[in-house]
Design a protein. Sequence first.
Length: 220
Amino acid sequence: MAVQQGVRHHPRVMMMQPVLEISATDDFALWPVGEQKSYGYLVLNGELTPAEVGTAVRQIADCNDFEPDEEHGPCPTDPLGIFLHGLLTMPDLVAAGGFAVTDNATGTVFDPGCCSGLEGWRDWLEVLDGTGCAYFGHDPFSVAERVNHMVRLTLDAHGTDGSPVIDLSVDQVRRLVAGAQQDLQDFLSLAGTWAEQHLPTHAGAVTAALSRALDLAPTP
């Protein structure tokens, strides 16, 4: 009698990671940066190399670049001061990206869309404990909605009815958000050490600005 082989079920493993949208860095020379594909994502955590941290700091500073004016203090004259001026003086900072969710069992990925930012990551807490709904950019229009004890992630709420979705329990999303927040905090701590080595005269100000751009408590 033949023995029927059991069907192997791959365990469902969910990941939520803070990702920063990266643009080209071909002509950047103010500090070492890593090689990144333009308009890709860099996952932020406490395990990045110094060059990857440099890439992230460059990108966040570039997100907040602007033409200096009197409202934000005297205009620096050195290239480093000019590049960091917006990051160090703007009251409301942004960091293009967000929290990406991956269901490795199906390969479905819930990415932040255009105009989504890591500075708005606490919108996930609104989904859990507030309004119950949050949008994370557009093209696609990514949306997270709480329905009773579940949270549905729709990759494109304004697309066709067949848009892929990820359904998770509220408790699972809460754990995932806490993990992603810790990844951000670990990155901030790593960036503070990096800044002391690569931007010693601006280290404290840069670290404080990064904490504001990521909506985190300052590192001790």
